[in-house]
Design a protein around this ligand. Structure first.
Ligand SMILES: *Cc1c(COP(=O)(O)O)cnc(C)c1O
Length: 220
């Protein structure tokens, strides 16, 4: 659909250049193509161009779009990057391969229950509200390390990464640096940070995956 493939190629080239610039190994940063609001006519060209990892921010929307596409392309990896309500934990565990937005004990407990019940364990990241924005999901950065520890010891969950969305009107660099520091303190390996407007900066600060929507699919 209007040149998704061309834009995907351009984003891949920019990721490769940012990896080189940062002195990081080629291929060390994964691209999560954020397909929220876009339908299969936009998603299929990306899949045909080799993209396999996609991000959605709403459980309901993902549940409508992805099972059909996945029946044809079983090797898709789907990430939940939007806020998770505890009454959606069952559906989220069934549908997603990575849930990037664990941010409170209630959700951690629900996820633990569903993982045990379904025998299916998505990889989990904790979302950190690095800008302390009241309208934004994510745990307070001052509580993040203790929360990761609680997810492990109290809830029995494996936590693989941290995720953040810096405030739109601020220089993202300090937020990425904070997330990287918290990940080291919490002993997690994966860092999900960087979107269309700032993914090169995020790669310089150690992102292991970037979540890119509009630069691939166009404006929403
Ligand atoms: C929409 C969204 C993105 C992608 O944003 P773009 O600016 O379109 O690249 C990344 N992360 C989250 C959490 C989002 O909701």
């Amino acid at each position: 659909m209007d040149d998704v493939e061309g834009r995907l190629d351009a984003v891949r080239a920019r990721i490769a250049a940012a990896e080189r610039e940062a002195g990081r190994p080629a291929g060390s940063v994964a691209l999560v193509a954020v397909s929220k609001t876009f339908g299969r006519e936009h998603i299929l060209p990306a899949i045909h161009a080799g993209q396999r990892v996609f991000g959605e921010n709403r459980v309901q929307e993902a549940a409508q779009k992805w099972p059909v596409i996945r029946a044809e392309h079983p090797d898709i990896e789907l990430h939940l990057i939007g806020p998770l309500q505890s009454n959606k934990a069952r559906e989220a565990v069934a549908l997603f391969d990575v849930i990037e937005t664990v941010d409170r004990d209630k959700i951690a407990a629900e996820l633990a229950k569903e993982i045990a019940r379904q025998g299916r364990a998505p990889r989990l990241y904790v979302q950190v509200n690095t800008g302390l924005e009241p309208q934004k999901a994510g745990i307070d950065p001052r509580e993040a390390v203790a929360f990761v520890a609680r997810c492990r010891t109290v809830h029995g969950l494996a936590i693989d990464g941290l995720m953040c969305i810096p405030p739109a009107d601020e220089n993202p660099g300090p937020h990425f640096a904070l997330l990287e520091k918290l990940a080291r303190e919490a002993g997690v390996e994966r860092l999900s940070m960087g979107m269309s407007g700032d993914f090169e900066t995020a790669i310089a600060f150690g992102a292991t995956s970037v979540r890119v929507g509009s630069a691939i699919f166009g404006t929403r």
